[in-house]
Write a protein that binds this ligand. Sequence first.
Ligand SMILES: [Zn+2]
Length: 291
Amino acid sequence: MNLALGIDIGGTKISYALINQNGEITTEIEKLSTPKTKEEIENLLKNIISKYEAQILFTAIATAGAVNNENTKVIGSTANLAKGYKDIDFQKLSSKKVFIENDANCAAWAEYKIGASKDTNNSIMLTLGTGVGGGIIINNKLLKGKSGAAGEMHFALSRHSKRACTCGAYDCFEAYASGNGLRQTGIEIFNDEDITTYDIVEKARNNNPKAIQTLEIWQNDIALGVLGLLNIFDCDCVVLSGSMEKFVDTKKIEEFVNKKTVTTPTKIYHAKASNNSGMIGAVLLGFDLIN
Ligand SMILES: [Zn+2]
């Protein structure tokens, strides 16, 4: 038996599928809305797991929020999930082993095992979506830190804008490099509180100079953050994923960071392991942990 159940738990939806040791999805991907209470989430997970339990070696969950070093418990940053989510005992939901890991870490692991950073020993993956997620792999190991929460992209880019970040601090990398960051930069450039990320991208497509400038500033902010990460971690490559990465010119970022880095040159890649890299990475990590 080389199948596992992969589950991706996000703020709005829960997706799941059976996945094999090579990271291949072998069933349809099922999607459900994420319930609003802890008890409903527990019951839903129990039902999903019991349906597949006889066929699988283990369950692997990619979740929003930080996860402890034992891969058993969520420890923080779950503002978009039900109150009490942190108290769920995931192992209790199955008679077989249940692993859990942060979704950005899982996606980074999927890229490392079967995607853009395959065959490297040191890589960073940045998920550019509404916010910015991060996963760092050093010497072929996921960097977890003392509590399990390492790789959160809250460090300041010094633009002195006093731009409030989701973490409560100001001017974090996330506050500039995320989709929300692009929108904030657009608000500053267009002097229009109501402009959306979509508006900016559409206007840039139609050659609006202010929109092009907004995207350039956003990309430059991403490059500055990537440069700092590279100088600290000296990694082989940085992989960009998430809904916003298609608007990034990886070659430009690569040129910029390689001109300025204090280490040797690095590659910048677009992610390869698909939109389902969270659940795929969780399962691949599970196979590494169970052996
Ligand atoms: Zn922050």
